[in-house]
Design a protein around this ligand. Structure first.
Ligand code: CP
Length: 314
């Protein structure tokens, strides 16, 4: 594994899931990456990704150094061949290359602008870090994917599933007041569709995910129908891919509550966080016994640890 930006980089999830579960049993192994340095570069806000990546690096004996580049760094130019006479003081070619001289692994968090589908889905920003850093790059969420979250999600499902049959896993859209990226649902589908689960995605018309992710996955626009018999329900908002970056309506009935839970097979309820209570998921579910969102967040540490360990070993 040279980088960790998508499932394609990782190969298959199984070994990383097993590694994360093993590291959870024995997290503190400072000999594994003693003396190594992990750079964590944020162009956008983060709580879980930022903190879990730092804890993960420290558990392996590595030092994590965080830069909120959008706030504390020079404004970056990503276009080539431009005369830099505007407000962008540094080109990504130098910025990423310099970071490559300081660190052994570089984590990068970017978001899509949700204005230009092709620009976002070409992953210009993350690709530039990969191209110029000269060291392994870990996506801390990019325009179209959030692979560390997906790895933690698979670890969480594996931990919670003890029955000797394939679980039914439903990814359900939920309302939101802001236009959010498709990165988490894209990535979740990418990582889980090859697993031993029956996957159904449910969303209102107009919210189908990009074909490169959703092709081959059962999509049901009737949420009630989709939730029947679900063992896991992953609740998440995303903005429209078809009408790119748009919020198409309010869809109050999609806010996940006990009435939705009652349609399932006593499902465990997942969310990557942050979650807006009573807009995305109701208090009664988040504070109830079926919610496993905190386990997902906890497992972000071991997902990151498994990825850093693998990249630093190689
Ligand atoms: N789930 C997640 O990535 O959380 P943060 O945005 O807080 O990092």
């Amino acid at each position: 594994m040279k980088h960790f930006t998508s499932l394609e980089d990782a190969g298959e999830p199984g070994p990383l899931v097993r590694s994360a579960l093993a590291l959870k049993q024995k997290p503190f192994q400072p000999g594994l990456a003693a003396g190594k340095k992990v750079g964590l570069i944020f162009l956008n806000p983060s709580l879980r990704t930022r903190l879990s990546s730092q804890v993960a690096a420290q558990n392996l004996g590595a030092e994590a150094i965080v830069l909120d580049i959008g706030k504390d760094g020079w404004a970056l130019e990503f276009d080539d061949g431009v005369t830099m006479n505007g407000d962008k003081a540094e080109h990504i070619r130098e910025a990423a290359a310099v970071m490559g001289r300081y660190f052994d692994v570089l984590g990068v968090r970017t978001f899509p602008e949700l204005k230009d589908k092709e620009a976002d889905y070409s992953e210009t920003l993350l690709s530039a870090f990969v191209a110029y850093a000269g060291i392994p790059v870990v996506s801390l969420e990019s325009a179209t994917r959030h692979p560390l979250q997906s790895l933690a999600d698979l670890v969480t499902i594996q931990e919670h599933w003890k029955e000797n049959r394939r679980p039914k896993v439903v990814l359900t859209w939920a309302p939101h007041i802001k236009a959010l990226p498709q990165a988490v649902p894209n990535s979740f589908v990418e990582w889980i569709k090859g697993a031993e689960v029956d996957l159904v995605v449910t969303n209102p018309e107009g919210y189908d995910l990009a074909p490169e992710f959703i092709n081959g996955v059962e999509v049901v626009h009737d949420q009630k129908e989709a939730l029947k018999g679900a063992d896991f329900v992953y609740v998440k908002n995303w903005s429209s891919y078809e009408q790119y970056g748009q919020i198409l309506g309010e869809y109050e009935g999609w806010t996940f509550g006990n009435e939705h839970l009652a349609m399932t097979n006593n499902a465990r309820v997942m969310h990557c966080l942050p979650v807006r209570r009573n807009l995305v998921i109701k208090d009664e579910v988040l504070d109830g016994p079926n919610a496993i969102h905190l386990d997902q967040s906890e497992n972000r540490v071991y997902a990151a640890q498994a990825v850093f360990k693998k990249l630093l070993e190689s």
